[in-house]
Design a protein around this ligand. Sequence first.
Ligand code: DOR
Ligand code: ZN
Ligand code: ZN
Length: 359
Amino acid sequence: MSRMLRLPGLVDVHVHLRVPGGEHKEDFATGTAAALAGGFTQVLAMPNTSPPLATRPALDLALAAARRDARCDVGLYAGASPFHLDALRELADDAVGLKIYLNDTFGPLRVEDLPTLLGCFRLWPRHRLIALHAEGQSAAVAIGLAAAFGRPVHICHVSRREEIELIAAAKARGLPVTCEVTPHHLFLTETDAARLGPLGDMRPRLATQADQDALWDHIGHTVDCIATDHAPHTLAEKASAAPPPGVPGLETALPLMLTAVAQGRLRLERLVALMAVNPRRIFGLPDQPDTWIEVEVDRPYVIAADGLHTKCGWTPFAGVEVTARVQRVVLRGQVAYDADAGVLAPPGSGQVIRSAGHG
Ligand code: DOR
Ligand code: ZN
Ligand code: ZN
């Protein structure tokens, strides 16, 4: 027999909504429709757009589009760029955090020299979080910066055993380090990557079974947040000679994670900590009054691409059996999503989030 669960509105601290410049992949209206359909009422959007959110004009463009089009609440990251270090201070008031890319991935944002990196840590206000794409030994760089500057860092999409073990060691020493893990790294491995081809390619790449096992071993303590890294690209782009890395995830994260709860892999309270309580605390995000989601559990079905709200229209989880679905999302007292009626929140009903500073 299926049952209904009531949970808080979920928070995803890592999504790519592609505005400005990538509106053929996703925009604020479609990306936040996908968020609501997935049970998320607050999402934080990444700055690797075109142009990147590394200058005041680019951030203003994205803020205006978010105010006009968002159906749930959206915060924007500023992006660190060696060409625009001087812009950081004037971005900080309207950004929920600073994103620093230490490794190669989609888009041109990259910080590869120590002077720029130090500049970021000196110029970005201390009460605003710094999040890093920091794979492999770059994770050690991020932790070293947290120690040297005595300020929090958040490590995005941790995917490998060595990284999560290093973060556990840093936390045991009391260093102010937090981290997120994606559903694709928790539920897919390099074996799936071989099967999926470009639809299973992202940065960090899908890893080994041992890496995935380590993430699950640390899900109850070292891992702070589940974040989707929702990174839509069109099927045509994925079929091209140079497919861009990234996979969508907003609409599949909660069904997958609740299925893991049903299988006894984590407890429901831990899921709520990872997907709502911790992300809100870490990024200092505002409470959303009269906001909750209703989820049907213990009813098996197979994930399919049709019916998705993301503009890209595909998922790497097609064919995977799960046991939970979002039935209703209530945002500030209004039904924003209903599984039968669809997305009801109009563009513009979401608010642009201003961080109060990290917790
Ligand atoms: O696979 C990825 N895609 N990893 C990233 O870090 C960026 C993202 C994107 O923007 O497509
Ligand atoms: Zn990344
Ligand atoms: Zn990302």
